[in-house]
Design a protein around this ligand. Structure first.
Ligand code: 3PG
Length: 307
């Protein structure tokens, strides 16, 4: 019987796991789960005899592909796939997919959880500020950016976006003002929310040059990837610009320094929480299970990343 592994260092909610198991067992697959594992050796042992793997931010590198002799497909239950070595996958003849959009609303809601927590002074009783009428800038208008825009409209924010891959008329139709550069976005907006993937082009791209353009009392929100930030530059700049805040769903490598130097102008969740809802786990997990069934049984390659 074909075996599918759910390998999640950060587990899905229980109903999502039950739903994934149901879809796969109904289709005749054997399902095993490796959750909260603490060593790579556990992962290497678990992949040895499986045909498919469902992962989240779990690292699937050449060593894992080398150890997974029966592997046909890896599905990243989520959007970002910088944790999977696509070249190694292709060299091993393994298909890699993601499940775009399935967890986007959860991440978008967390953007506002971080923002409201911060502008209301962590609920310490002191008068804070409101988001209504503030200018929100979205760096990338993909699935998550769009969901952030939808919620921001309800709050009454004015929304701007920079995304060279989304036609301007699509944004305009959705009440979003397109801007022509990252610099314009940063110099225009009171809140900039990052939604770009970590790629060789974007890594370290958010640093002094862009962040220094932010208007007075602006807030930078990062629910994307820590790799896109030049953390050393950001810390130095935020020490100089005492009016700015940084809120992150991904703990920076220099977290202790940020916390010590910036106090309440800085906050990071202890563990990446954006997609950590039962709904997002279920949407992404079930989509991953269905994609595995479709690929192995019918050769369906929709959402394949390594063409
Ligand atoms: C994604 O890329 O889908 C999000 O960052 C969520 O990642 P996670 O599954 O590790 O929570």
């Amino acid at each position: 019987m074909s075996k599918v592994l759910i390998a999640t260092e950060k587990p899905f909610a229980a109903p999502a796991v039950a739903g994934i198991r149901q879809i796969l067992t109904d289709a005749g697959f054997d399902v095993v789960a490796l959750e909260k594992y603490t060593s790579k050796a556990e992962l290497l042992a678990a992949v040895a005899d499986v045909e498919a793997i469902i992962i989240r931010s779990d690292i699937i590198d050449k060593e894992v592909f080398d150890a997974a002799k029966q592997l046909k497909i890896v599905v990243r239950a989520g959007a970002g796939y910088d944790n999977v070595d696509l070249e190694a996958a292709t060299a091993h003849g393994v298909c890699v997919m993601n499940t775009p959009g399935q967890n986007a609303n959860a991440v978008a809601e967390l953007v506002f959880a971080l923002l409201l927590f911060s502008v209301r002074n962590r609920f310490n009783g002191a008068s804070g500020t409101e988001l209504k009428d503030k200018k929100l800038g979205l760096l990338a208008y993909g699935n998550t950016g769009r969901n952030v825009a939808r919620i921001a409209k309800g709050i009454g924010m004015e929304i701007f976006a920079f995304d060279p891959y989304t036609p301007a008329d699509v944004m305009v139709k959705e009440g979003v003002t397109p801007v022509s550069s990252q610099k314009e976005l940063f110099s225009t907006c009171d809140v900039v929310s990052l939604h770009i993937p970590a790629t060789p082009e974007t890594k370290g791209s958010i640093g002094r040059e862009l962040v220094s353009l932010l208007p007075k009392k602006a807030i930078l929100v990062n629910t994307a990837r820590k790799e896109i930030i030049n953390e050393a530059e950001l810390l130095e700049l935020l020490k100089e610009r005492e009016d700015l805040r940084y809120l992150s769903d991904i703990r920076p490598a220099n977290h202790e320094e940020m916390e010590a130097a910036l106090g309440e102008r800085y906050f990071s969740t202890p563990k990446k929480m954006g997609a950590q809802t039962a709904e997002a786990n279920t949407n992404a997990g079930l989509a991953a299970a269905r994609q595995i069934v479709g690929f192995i049984k019918e050769g369906n390659e929709r959402f394949r990343l390594n063409k």
